[in-house]
Design a protein around this ligand. Structure first.
Ligand code: HEC
Ligand code: HEC
Ligand code: HEC
Ligand code: HEC
Ligand code: HEC
Ligand code: HEC
Ligand code: HEC
Ligand code: HEC
Ligand code: HEC
Ligand code: HEC
Length: 325
């Protein structure tokens, strides 16, 4: 790829490719940083006027996007000024034979059908978006699963209110692949996503992060504390699993048990507390196994163990060692 430092007006005879008029290109490029490793065959930048001559419908859509506004009205540098070709790469070879399948490598296409390697697609976007929220893209679960930026973004049209997404909302964009999570959020007890109070990116960074699960915060608990600050404590009497990992008891997306619990009570507590000598493992009065005739233990009514151990996330009462007050 050549990124010319200055170009004389360039005349392109496009009649051969069905484009009748010769087009005069004057606008070009002082000394931008080349966005990607050599594309091919020394293609050159031709300027968006030429692209638009054939791609009028795409341009009409594109005009409503943030990129179009920034690149055309307020470009920060020479790379932004080149508009279409900032993403699709220098276009002169594409013009020579736009329809031939064998000429597809002359242009960076972002649709799967076009066949440009995903690494090259993302490199184009990363030439401007490699820092900030995209810092951890390389090596992220999405990158290693060969996702392209264009699996979630469509910069050619304004389909979402923000973020240039493929679908009208963040959640819909994620659901195109994550059907299981869609099902979790549809359960009876769920994080208020469907209610519009939050989206996947309140907890996850889809561009990767340093935390497992692409979480935005440094750990699962830090993620939860960002909204449920009171659960951070400090408590005089901590309940060890709460400090350790909220997901010992909760599903982060949704559950059919009350309060997003993984397991119904009292079984939730009995997964860890099973001292046969004490009352912890008791479900029924003596002789009261299911069908055995006895009345069920009071310890499983209502909120079950929490009828007495109400402060399950921790207690600040001097006498709260057993999480009762
Ligand atoms: C002479 C007309 C013409 C010009 C000028 C032209 N294109 Fe194209 N372009 C086409 C045609 C025709 C196709 C469809 C090829 C196909 O579907 O196989 C196409 C396809 C594309 C695609 C499709 C990739 C995909 O994923 O499907 C992109 C992107 C594209 N052009 C960008 C550009 C850019 C950027 C410029 C300016 C540098 C440009 N074109 C200039 C005619 C043109
Ligand atoms: C910010 C990067 C970016 C810029 C700038 C950009 N494109 Fe695209 N373009 C894309 C992506 C990503 C896709 C794939 C969209 C999809 O998934 O359908 C695409 C798809 C296309 C396609 C093929 C799919 C379709 O919609 O028919 C054409 C043609 C095209 N672009 C032309 C242009 C032209 C012409 C311009 C300048 C007016 C332009 N692009 C500017 C990123 C860009
Ligand atoms: C030439 C530089 C450049 C390239 C290449 C580029 N962008 Fe951008 N992008 C920008 C600028 C400038 C903005 C405006 C916001 C800003 O300043 O960060 C922006 C904004 C965005 C936004 C935020 C939109 C919003 O509504 O907040 C998304 C998403 C985005 N770009 C995705 C992409 C994707 C995907 C690609 C590759 C297909 C791409 N960009 C290629 C420069 C670029
Ligand atoms: C798995 C889906 C997904 C993929 C893949 C993806 N993004 Fe995003 N991106 C999002 C979502 C969701 C947002 C948030 C949109 C919002 O807040 O409205 C976003 C926001 C952005 C923004 C604007 C806000 C910010 O974080 O700076 C930019 C720029 C951006 N993405 C660039 C990229 C680039 C570049 C790639 C490829 C390297 C990429 N994205 C890949 C889903 C994705
Ligand atoms: C094009 C398909 C696709 C889209 C769209 C998509 N993902 Fe993914 N995502 C994957 C694949 C593939 C994996 C890895 C395999 C798996 O865990 O299912 C993955 C994994 C994940 C993981 C697990 C990471 C880990 O460490 O195990 C999270 C979290 C995630 N995606 C969040 C999101 C969010 C949030 C969005 C929307 C912004 C989104 N994804 C959109 C395909 C997608
Ligand atoms: C309230 C915070 C939160 C929200 C909102 C959220 N997640 Fe998660 N997600 C998590 C946590 C925490 C994990 C567990 C990470 C771990 O196991 O290390 C997780 C795990 C995942 C995983 C890995 C597989 C799994 O289920 O454990 C995927 C995929 C995922 N989330 C996708 C999504 C999608 C898609 C959305 C939006 C529809 C979403 N998440 C919304 C917190 C959240
Ligand atoms: C972006 C903010 C946010 C984050 C992050 C968050 N939550 Fe929530 N959480 C909420 C909101 C809002 C509600 C709904 C509260 C309501 O409707 O009263 C909620 C509800 C809950 C509920 C159910 C409460 C009920 O009354 O049914 C539980 C349990 C819960 N969150 C646990 C967690 C866990 C565990 C995490 C970490 C994986 C987490 N939350 C992360 C905002 C958040
Ligand atoms: C030992 C199991 C357990 C762990 C670990 C746990 N919780 Fe809970 N959580 C519960 C139970 C049981 C309830 C239901 C309380 C009720 O019915 O009064 C609950 C309720 C909640 C609620 C809704 C009611 C309220 O108290 O606000 C939120 C929010 C919540 N938990 C957040 C968290 C967060 C954040 C963490 C991690 C810091 C966490 N939980 C760790 C068992 C647990
Ligand atoms: C993931 C395992 C786990 C789960 C689930 C769990 N706990 Fe605990 N719990 C612990 C651990 C570990 C301790 C600390 C034991 C120690 O210090 O010897 C503890 C301590 C306690 C204590 C104080 C006991 C003492 O010896 O000081 C009470 C009371 C308690 N848990 C009640 C509950 C109740 C009620 C539930 C269900 C809502 C529950 N626990 C769920 C692991 C768990
Ligand atoms: C009727 C009230 C009540 C109910 C219901 C109850 N507990 Fe307790 N639990 C207590 C009292 C009181 C203590 C304190 C005993 C002490 O301080 O010596 C205690 C102590 C504990 C301890 C500390 C170790 C021990 O055995 O002394 C654990 C663990 C515990 N309970 C777990 C549970 C679990 C799990 C459940 C539900 C299956 C449960 N409790 C239901 C009243 C109750």
């Amino acid at each position: 790829m050549k990124f010319p430092s200055s170009l004389p007006p360039l005349r392109l005879a496009l009649a051969a490719s069905g484009f009748a008029a010769a087009v005069l290109v004057t606008s070009i490029v002082a000394n931008p940083k080349p966005p990607v490793p050599a594309l091919n065959n020394g293609a050159e930048y031709v300027g968006e006027a030429i692209c638009i001559a054939c791609h009028q419908p795409q341009n009409t859509q594109f005009t409503h996007t943030l990129h179009a506004n920034v690149f055309r009205l307020n470009p920060k540098n020479e790379q932004e000024k080149i508009s279409c070709e900032a993403c699709h790469g220098p276009g002169s070879n594409h013009l020579k034979d736009p329809v031939s399948p064998s000429n597809r490598s002359s242009l960076v296409g972002f649709t799967r059908e076009w066949g440009t390697p995903v690494a090259l697609q993302t490199a184009m976007c990363q030439s401007c978006h490699a820092g900030a929220g995209q810092t951890f893209w390389d090596g992220s679960v999405h990158a290693t699963n060969n996702l392209s930026c264009s699996d979630c973004h469509n910069p050619m049209a304004k389909l979402s209110s923000g973020g240039l997404l493929k679908k009208p909302s963040i959640n819909e964009t994620c659901y195109t692949c994550h059907q299981q999570q869609r099902a979790e959020f549809a359960k009876r007890s769920h994080m208020p996503l469907l209610e519009g109070k939050m989206t996947c990116v309140d907890c996850h960074n889809p561009h990767g992060s340093t935390t497992k699960g692409m979480l935005k915060a440094d750990s699962i608990n830090e993620t939860c504390y960002s909204c449920h600050a009171e659960k951070r404590g400090p408590y005089l009497w901590e309940h060890a699993p709460v400090r350790d990992n909220c997901l010992s008891c909760h599903n982060p997306h949704g559950s059919n048990h009350d309060k997003l619990l993984n397991v119904a009570r009292p079984f939730l507590c009995q997964q860890c507390h099973g001292n046969a000598q004490g009352h912890q493992s008791t479900l029924f009065n003596a002789g009261g196994a299911i069908g055995g005739g006895g009345a069920p233990s009071t310890r499983i009514f209502g909120r079950s163990c929490q009828n007495c151990h109400s402060q399950v996330h921790g207690s600040n009462h001097p006498g709260g060692a057993r999480l009762q007050r």
